[in-house]
Write a protein that binds this ligand. Structure first.
Ligand code: GLU
Length: 292
């Protein structure tokens, strides 16, 4: 695929190293960490989710466990990837050490339920912000914008040029994803499973002729299986990735947005990218936050 590594032209490399507390004036209604206390640890208004998590010293984060570059469970059982690093940035702003993050595997279909029933505090899992999901949970972000694409066998033996070529043809995607919903509009013969990695064997065996989801997920899967697959590199949707959290927690949403905004400026977001997805994909610009 053509995701070439490009120069990190960087607004985000700008060294605006403001203390978190110092930038809180521009945020939502999020109580700011108290920078005036003189202590290293931020303090939060009593009763807020930030205070609860900071006091507990731990946070439960839902992420993918089978998506190289974004969230892939490593040999020690801890996931690695860009989503994982973004979650660590949020945890750090709550004064929670990365070692005290409880990683919970989320697949596409259980992300809203896991937030709603408290299985996790936040979800960082290639999670597209959309209005339907916003009816039951809320989103901070976006922190990245992906686009839906197609994965085919290396060399593209079927000569597929885009989703229009897939009408009536077998295609694999994941239930509960925007990818599933979007591809249905093209009249494909859709086979669904619970994770994208489960779509690879059907593609290998010819049971399906394409796998569809976000370009960056497909790029990770192609990279993990050299010489087997290729991404078409013709994205046909926009998928703004957000951090999912409880529906009515506007304070927490504002806080996470402040943390993301700061990470865009102080280099933490760029460093998270470079150490993970940036090993394969070109460096993006940080997107504009949507503080709805
Ligand atoms: N970003 C899309 C979504 O949130 C597809 C990727 C995924 O399923 O995680 O549904």
């Amino acid at each position: 695929m053509r995701f070439r590594k490009a120069l990190a032209a960087s607004a985000m490399a700008a060294a605006a190293l403001l203390a978190l507390g110092a930038c809180a004036g521009g945020g939502d209604a999020a109580p700011a960490p108290d920078a005036s206390s003189g202590s290293e640890a931020p303090t939060f208004a009593a009763g807020t989710t930030m205070a609860k998590l900071a006091d507990a010293g731990k946070i439960k984060v839902g992420t993918k466990f089978d998506q190289p570059l974004f969230g892939l469970k490593g040999p020690d059982g801890t996931p690695v990837g860009f989503d994982v690093e973004v979650a660590k940035i949020v945890a750090k702003a709550l004064n929670i050490d990365a070692g005290n993050i409880e990683w919970v595997e989320t697949v596409s279909a259980n992300r809203e339920p896991f937030i709603e029933n408290g299985t996790v505090d936040i979800v960082v899992a290639t999670y597209t912000i959309n209005d339907k999901r916003k009816e039951v949970i809320s989103f901070a972000g976006p922190y990245y914008i992906a686009g839906q694409d197609l994965l085919v066998l290396e060399g593209n033996p079927k000569g597929i040029t885009g989703p229009e070529d897939l009408k009536g043809k077998p295609v694999c995607s994941v239930s509960g994803s925007t990818s599933e919903k979007n591809i249905m509009e093209y009249g494909v013969d859709l086979i669904t499973t619970d994770t994208y990695s489960n779509c690879l064997e059907p593609l290998r065996s010819g049971k399906v002729i394409a796998v569809t989801t976000d370009n960056v997920i497909l790029a990770g899967l192609a990279d993990q299986n050299p010489g087997e697959f290729m991404v078409l590199d013709k994205p046909f949707t926009k998928e703004p990735y957000g951090i999912g959290l409880a529906h009515d927690d506007a304070d927490f949403r504002g806080f996470i947005n402040d943390v993301l905004e700061e990470s865009f400026k102080d280099g933490a977001w760029a460093a998270a990218w470079e150490s993970t997805a940036g090993k394969v994909l070109s460096t993006p610009q940080p997107p504009a936050l949507d503080r709805y």
